[in-house]
Design a protein around this ligand. Structure first.
Ligand code: ADP
Ligand code: MG
Length: 688
């Protein structure tokens, strides 16, 4: 046992114990977060430089190449002003006599003389038979590794120095690496053991080494991540620290019967999922995904009403005042006849009105509060919060979503999103949550006819729009920007509004809506449109989320290539909400293949999940969610999109492991268990 102890100590030893690491080097490494030998060896390179010798005859133009050759001429230096120089020399590599050019490295002149052998790496200019040298070594290639790892060192140290330290460290801890993956799992997936994988990634001898090692690290990272996500979920369910909401089933049924329509099968299924979770003492932490128009609001209303019948309060938070107000009106319509007191709270609710609402909320007088971010202000206090729902959750930051949950004693929380999320991202960004899916539109909806046209087709489009307006319908016109910008040649709302106002003058009223208007003005404009006073609404993407004006049947989107697919789909979802046939026209002149593909996809499908997958494929995970709101974790090696197969495998394995006895007792899983516990996932406090 004593021996074992000292071995373990070695990995956790400070980097100062590595041969060749003095005070200066250790300080530099510490500045980039490397303190122990373990930290060091787990610092994996982000890419590898390929120094294998290649035949110039087979190297394409502009590709990097390494050659070994003999210097055939005296080096010549040309100075070109301050600190700039060009050194050039002829080199014979096999049958090729090429020119090697070194920029700003005139000092190499003294190290080059005719007859000597050199190894150079650089970009190959095939036409001019020139190599622009980026890497130079005296002597033959044998002295250089075929692949050199490149680490992200933030400039604190040379790659070469770092590699030397790495070599010494790996030699010191040779067999002491901590293996997380049990042997049978490694065998099943043909993954190298940790020690081998580290050797392969830091000092590969062939390209397969890197690939092989990477597979292991990616799987390991994803497995641990999924164990953590599912571990959190399990801890939440086991802990029964939530509230059991004993709702009144008869009342809930009566409410559903009173609705102006029958629920779709998908809505019924989701209502059941929500109700059985309300009843259980485990805390609900659920994501409801439903395509635009699939009817999430009514599902939310039913769940909220159920909580209210058990004397709990409910909250529904929406990202914009317009949407919140619309929800408040809809829910009041539906629920007030059933004795529910509904209140609305937004930034615009001020003074006495606000004070009174806060008091009535704190006393339990208000059953259901609908509002914007105003709901998460510190002075908003609930009497007995039971169910907190966030609509269009992707419009809120991760933090904001949490605050609402913390407004009560472990209330159930539900997040709703109309941006269908591809499964790979869903199990990454929302891996610890349960997911409900509304995958059915209410009956009788007509497919929105979508066309992609070039900008010059505007006039026929306007005539088509006019036809709808004459028939009493309404239209949206969406523009990417508010005002004219000299940098970007894109249509802007202000311009388009004035053009259309002239075009429809005396016949139809055209409204203008954008995010920079004060919110009371926005509301007024939106109300005019939803009441049919304005026939056409020119708008930026502020109408993207949730707004419901069923009489609008025509949408024209300018510069459609400037929007992502998920966003276009959301925008399009503003029409097709009533019984009439609706149309969506995309004006776009995409230059890129991607752009063309996106426009094409929009005309071909109206399935949000299909478009979401496509969007992810074309734009990657970061752009899919947009900047700060993603909640996507940062992985060291894995990329949930690129490594989606490994991700799905890791998810399944994590599920299976957590449900198995071996995992909780087996010796070979000890390390996985330890890391899972260290991540905090198994304690209820860390639940978020
Ligand atoms: P979203 O899921 O995009 O938020 P909404 O909840 O706004 O969709 O619903 C869109 C429209 O469909 C609303 O006018 C709503 O009243 C209506 N609706 C919801 N469910 C049904 C249903 N089962 N049958 C008919 N219409 C429905
Ligand atoms: Mg909605």
């Amino acid at each position: 046992m004593a021996g074992k102890k000292s071995e373990v100590a070695a990995l956790t030893n400070s980097i100062t114990t590595i041969k060749g690491v003095g005070k200066a080097a250790s300080e530099k490494l510490e500045s980039i977060g490397i303190e122990t030998i373990q930290d060091l060896v787990l610092t994996v390179p982000y890419r590898h430089e390929d120094f294998r010798l290649k035949d110039l005859a087979e190297t394409p133009h502009n590709e990097r190449v390494t050659i070994e050759g003999r210097v055939e001429s005296e080096p010549a230096v040309l100075f070109m002003g301050r600190n700039r120089s060009r050194l050039q020399v002829r080199i014979l590599a096999g049958r090729h006599l090429v020119k090697a050019v070194f920029f700003n490295q005139h000092y190499l002149k003294d190290r080059l003389s005719p007859g000597m052998t050199v190894t150079i790496t650089g970009k190959w200019d095939r036409g001019r038979q020139v190599i622009n040298v980026s890497n130079f070594k005296e002597g033959p290639k044998t002295e250089q590794a075929d692949f050199e790892p490149i680490y992200s060192l933030k400039g604190v140290m040379q790659q070469k120095t770092f590699r030397r330290i790495m070599r010494n460290a790996l030699d010191m801890v040779a067999d002491q690496h901590i293996e997380t993956l049990p042997a049978d799992m490694r065998e099943q997936y043909k993954l190298p053991a940790i020690g081998d994988a580290l050797e392969m990634v830091h000092f590969p001898t062939k390209p397969e080494d890197v690939k092989h090692a990477r597979r292991r690290f990616v799987y390991e990272e994803l497995l641990l991540f999924q164990l953590k996500m599912l571990g959190m979920k399990k801890a939440r369910k086991d802990a029964s620290e939530g509230i059991a909401i004993a709702y009144d089933l008869d009342k809930v049924k009566a409410f559903i019967m009173s609705l102006p329509f029958d629920l779709t099968n998908a809505q019924k299924r989701v209502v059941n999922e929500l109700c059985s979770e309300l009843k259980s003492p485990a805390r609900m932490n659920r994501l409801l995904q439903g395509d635009v128009g699939s009817g999430k609001t009514v599902v939310a209303a039913i769940a909220l009403y159920a909580a209210i019948t058990a004397d709990f309060q409910g909250a529904l938070m929406a990202p914009t005042e317009i949407l919140a107000e619309q929800h408040a009106a809809t829910l009041a319509d539906w629920l007030e006849p059933h004795g529910v007191t509904v209140a609305f709270l937004a930034g615009s609710t001020k003074g006495k009105a606000r004070k009174s609402i806060l008091e009535r909320l704190a006393s339990g007088d208000i059953d259901l509060i609908v509002g914007t971010h105003a709901l998460i202000q510190p002075d908003v206090v609930f009497h007995n919060a039971g169910l907190m729902i966030t609509d269009e959750q992707h419009r809120f930051g991760v933090e904001q979503r949490r605050v609402l949950r913390d407004k009560g004693m472990n209330p159930d929380v539900l997040f709703m999103t109309a941006t269908p999320i591809p499964r790979t991202l869903a199990i990454t960004a929302f891996g610890e949550m349960d997911v409900s899916i509304l995958d059915e539109l209410p009956a009788g909806r007509k497919k929105i006819e979508t066309y992609w046209l070039k900008e010059e087709s505007l006039h026929p489009v306007l005539r088509r729009m006019e036809k709808e307006l004459v028939a009493g319908r309404q239209a949206y016109v969406i523009c990417p920007l508010i005002e004219e910008s000299d940098k970007l040649d894109v249509q802007n709302a202000v311009d388009v509004h004035s053009q259309l106002s002239t075009y429809f003058q005396g016949r139809f009223k055209v409204g203008l809506m954008h995010g920079r208007l004060p919110s009371d003005e926005k509301d007024a404009i939106m109300r005019e449109f939803s009441e049919g006073e304005t026939a056409v609404l020119v708008s930026t993407t502020v109408v993207e989320v949730g707004v419901n004006v069923p009489n609008a049947t025509f949408m024209l989107i300018y510069d459609a290539t400037r929007f992502g697919l998920a966003q276009l789909h959301q925008l399009r979802g503003r029409v097709g909400r009533g019984a009439e046939q609706s149309y969506c026209i995309l004006l776009a002149d995409p230059k890129s293949e991607d752009g063309k593909e996106r426009m094409q996809s929009m005309t071909e499908t109206d399935d949000g999940f299909v478009l979401a997958e496509k969007d992810l494929e074309l734009r990657g995970a970061g752009d899919f969610f947009g900047k700060k709101q993603s909640g996507l974790p940062e992985f060291k090696m894995a990329d949930p999109v690129h490594d989606y197969r490994a991700l799905a495998t890791a998810r399944n394995d994590a599920e299976r492991l957590l449900a198995s006895d071996e995992f909780w007792t087996g010796h070979e899983y000890a390390q996985l268990r330890k890391e899972l516990e260290a991540s905090g996932a198994m304690s209820i406090e860390r639940l978020d």
